[in-house]
Each structure stands twice: as C-alpha cells, then as structure tokens.
Design a protein. Structure first.
Length: 262
C-alpha cells in the first residue's frame, strides 16, 4: 500500500458496499474489503474520524469529523474513473459550504493527464499536468492561472514508478526543492478495492497495492537543507489489510491510525 495519505487531504471515502454496516474490522471472510472508517490520533492536532460511503465499489463520500468541524468530500465518476471531488464544510444546521473542487482529466488509456483545483471565492486555478515517459517516469508541472494573466509556474518535478507504485518524487520550486523516497511492504492497500483510486495516486500519494512503510525526504534550497524520515508500522488482518498504523519520526510515534472495513 503506498504512502497512505497526503492526508493530504486526505485529502488523501459510502452507502453500504458488499458487506453490512456491522462488519468487523478484522473481517477475514473476504479478500475484496472496502475501507469503512479511519480513526486518527495526532500528538499535536488531536483526533479525527473519517467515514467512507460507496455505491458498489465506487466511492461516494468521505465524511471527516475533526473536533467540532465536519467536512464532506463528494466523488463523481465518469465510467470507472474519478473525474471530480467536491469538498464541503458541513454546519450543525445541515447546510454546507463548498470549499474547493478537484477535477481530473485522463487520456485515451485512462492515465491522469491533468489535475485542477478551484475555489468558489477566487478565479485562480491550480493546474497540474502529467507527461508519461518511456523510462517509468512521469514529469509534471503545476501552474497558477488567473484569467487575463499569464500562468505562473509553482513547481515542476519527476515521479518515478516501479511495479505500479511511486518510489521517488522529485520536486523543484523557485526557492526550494526536495526528493521523497518511498518504500513499501507486500500487503494490501486500504484503498485497493476502491474503483479508480489507483488512477489518482499522483495527486494523493497513497498506496495502490501495498502498505507504505517509509518516506525519506531530502530538502534543499534557501530555506531547507536536511533529511526528514518517517516510518509506518502496521498490524494486519488475516487477509493482509491494515488494521492499525503508527507513523514515527526518529523513534517517536506522532500519528496513529485504525482502520475498519465493510
């Protein structure tokens, strides 16, 4: 399973899928589990809970509760591909406010070629384009665009892919650059059976097939010049899906996760 999250966003997913709502987190009767809930703990930020709803194995919603704040990510598919994620804040009254929209464009072979983020209170668009090369690398460029103005380059980079997983991410910005190295185990990703999620791993940096176990970040430039290491330790159910994960830096657990499946 790749890097679990960029959680980002997590951004970083349900009605009811193939199993009932009271399925156990250590369900051992199915190889085709769908993620139901993530409970997170963080030494600095406190706890949060994310619940996932599906239509079949298509992701419908991720609803996150972070203290008094509730957020909802709604997923739209075109065929078997995720083409839009709308992110809302949910208020106690039941009303919602759209915070941002992610849109995904694919080529004829279902490879992601454009990722665009917009917000309702701004004309600015953040667009990332991807070019697939013959040497198992993908080059990308991210720009900020405002109507009437020339696009502004935010960053460029190269993604190295091996066996369907991101093993290296090189990013170059105006004043800083960094390189991430990713390592994996041979277990299952929590998102393994979510239709279309493997196609957007470049935007979320999560595991496609196995479990992300290590990231090594080398930073360089005006503001940074050090190595930041993060390790993940897991427990698994009988079908090799993660049940818990602890994220550590230099031996200290800073972030924890527990996973429940349908």
């Amino acid at each position: 399973m790749k890097k679990l999250f960029c959680l980002i966003s997590i951004s970083l997913l349900f009605l009811v899928s193939c199993s009932s709502d009271n399925s156990s987190s250590d369900n051992t009767t199915s190889q085709n589990l769908l993620l139901k809930k993530i409970v997170e703990g963080d030494v600095a930020l406190g706890g949060s809970e994310s619940n996932f709803t599906y239509n079949g194995n298509k992701l419908v919603e991720i609803r996150r509760n972070n203290g008094s704040d509730v957020f909802s990510d709604l997923y739209t598919y075109t065929g078997n591909l995720i083409t839009k994620i709308e992110k809302f804040q949910v208020y106690n009254s039941g009303s919602t406010q759209l915070l941002s929209t992610d849109q995904f464009v694919y080529n004829a072979t279902n490879q992601l070629v454009q990722f665009k983020t917009t917000t309702p209170d701004s004309d600015e668009e953040f667009v990332t384009t991807y070019v697939y090369n013959a040497n198992n690398t993908v080059t990308f460029a991210q720009t900020s665009t405002i109507p009437g103005n020339a696009p502004v380059s935010l960053k460029t980079g190269t993604i190295t892919v091996q066996d369907g997983e991101i093993v290296q991410l090189q990013v170059v910005k105006q004043y800083d650059s960094y390189t991430d190295h990713y390592a994996y185990d041979t277990k299952n990703s929590i998102f393994k059976n979510v239709l279309g999620y493997d196609k957007i791993i470049f935007t979320h940096i999560i595991g496609k097939q196995s479990s992300y176990t290590l990231v090594d970040t080398i930073l360089g430039g005006i503001a940074h010049n050090f190595v930041n290491s993060g390790e993940f330790a897991y427990t698994y159910n009988a079908n090799n899906y993660p049940l818990t994960a602890n994220q550590s830096w230099f031996g200290t657990v800073l972030h924890s996760f527990s996973f429940t499946y349908y």
